[in-house]
Design a protein around this ligand. Structure first.
Ligand SMILES: Cc1ncc(COP(=O)(O)O)c(C=O)c1O
Length: 385
């Protein structure tokens, strides 16, 4: 029997330690600057993140730092004048934040089904869900795999609705030569600590090819104030500022994002070789570059497998166990009127395996060996050595 090895699902401390000197310097620099909100660090991060995305392909982007991914989505919707009486189409198989941002504007989230292989929005389901009240669509690049944007953009263009990309799990992912975030009208990122680019607190950003939309987000993130007229609101906005400490930390981490995404892709390649074939492994569609925020497999008897993995010292997660339309807050909402069979089936089978850029091949192997043992035992075969 192989020696049990602890494999955490994520390793935020390992990430910090891998660039500790750079992060400590960024924090010290900010502390000694005497300026803690919307200053040099936030402005520099906005420029550097836009440049990072542009280097991955697509048009020039403007970037606005905000306080979270949820705020980024809400501000993007507000910039598109989405409000009460409007419908916004999205998926039910996503973080609840996607739907929460829609509800916060007063609009109604309308849930459509996913492609069961990529777990992203089914463009045909989108087309079928459009009504005269539809104002926008939010495709989610879930787990780091881009949604089927060509078809989604075509459906949206025909319907005359806005496209707001939820890129919270896909920093640096590409779709047909363009970075995600630069494909729709606006792209929204989260810098929650576990994300591919994570702050050490909350953070988010909105990007856009349209300077006017970006400027509107900039106004809305701080009460509708302009730099020329602080304390005088031009529009009704909110407080969603990216603080200097988080911006400085994000600048330090951004320098490593490309290498970290590559490391995630390497872990995925190890898994593809090592995992039992009885699991359904993630796909990477032609023309898409997956950045593996999560490595999600499908497995029979998922909850039992997860328990046994934990007993073997292997962490895992379920993203997400209850589709949004089945959660108490959203159950029976008027926007639920489409078949969500792929969504509901996936929720019972998905399992997120350990995935982070500091994972070793031995840890990937230990995870795979544990899964071989568990699934063979479940199938009534003798355990592997
Ligand atoms: C797909 C998705 N959208 C939106 C969000 C919201 O981001 P935040 O937690 O920064 O508000 C998250 C993060 O949890 C997410 O995974």
């Amino acid at each position: 029997m192989a020696q049990a090895m602890s494999v955490p699902a994520v390793d935020l401390l390992g990430e910090y330690r891998s660039i500790q000197a750079e992060i400590d310097a960024a924090v010290a620099r900010t502390l000694h600057s005497g300026w803690y909100i919307l200053g040099h660090e936030a402005a520099s991060f906005e420029e550097e993140f836009a440049a990072f995305l542009q280097a991955r392909g697509g048009d020039a982007l403007a970037c606005v730092g905000v306080n979270s991914g949820t705020d980024a989505l809400q501000l993007a919707l507000m910039a598109c004048d989405v409000g009460p009486g409007d419908e916004v189409i999205t998926v039910s198989h996503t973080a609840v934040a996607t739907a929460a941002a829609i509800s916060l504007t007063g609009a109604t989230p309308v849930f459509v089904d996913i492609d069961p292989q990529t777990y992203t929005m089914d463009p045909a389901a989108l087309a079928a869900a459009i009504t005269p009240r539809t104002k926008a669509v939010i495709p989610v690049h879930l787990y780091g795999h881009p949604a089927e944007m060509e078809q989604i953009l075509a459906v949206a263009a025909q319907a005359g609705i806005r496209v707001i990309e939820d890129c919270a799990q896909a920093h640096g992912a590409c779709y047909r030569g363009c970075c995600v975030g630069g494909l729709g009208d606006l792209g929204c990122f989260s810098f929650y600590p576990t994300k591919n680019l994570g702050a050490m607190g909350d953070g988010g950003a909105v990007v856009s090819r349209d300077p006017e939309l970006a400027e509107r987000v900039r106004l809305l993130r701080e009460y509708g104030w302009t730099p020329a007229a602080r304390y005088v609101s031009q529009v009704q906005g909110m407080n969603s500022r990216l603080d200097e400490m988080q911006a400085a930390i994000l600048r330090a981490k951004l320098a490593h994002l490309e290498a970290w995404n590559e490391a995630r892709r390497q872990v995925a390649a190890w898994y593809a070789d090592l995992l039992p074939d009885t699991l359904v492994k993630p796909v990477e569609r032609a023309g898409c570059e997956h950045v593996y925020h999560l490595y999600v497999v499908r497995v029979a008897e998922r909850d039992a497998v997860r328990r046994e993995l934990a007993e073997s010292g292997v962490g895992s997660g379920i993203h997400y166990p209850v589709p949004i339309h089945m959660q108490p807050a959203y159950k029976g909402a008027s926007g639920v009127r489409h078949a969500l069979s792929h969504t509901e089936k996936a929720a019972g089978e998905i399992l997120s395996l350990p995935m982070h850029p500091h994972m070793s091949q031995e840890q990937a192997r230990a995870t795979a060996e544990a899964l071989h043992r568990i699934t063979q035992r479940a199938a009534g075969k003798s355990p592997a050595v």
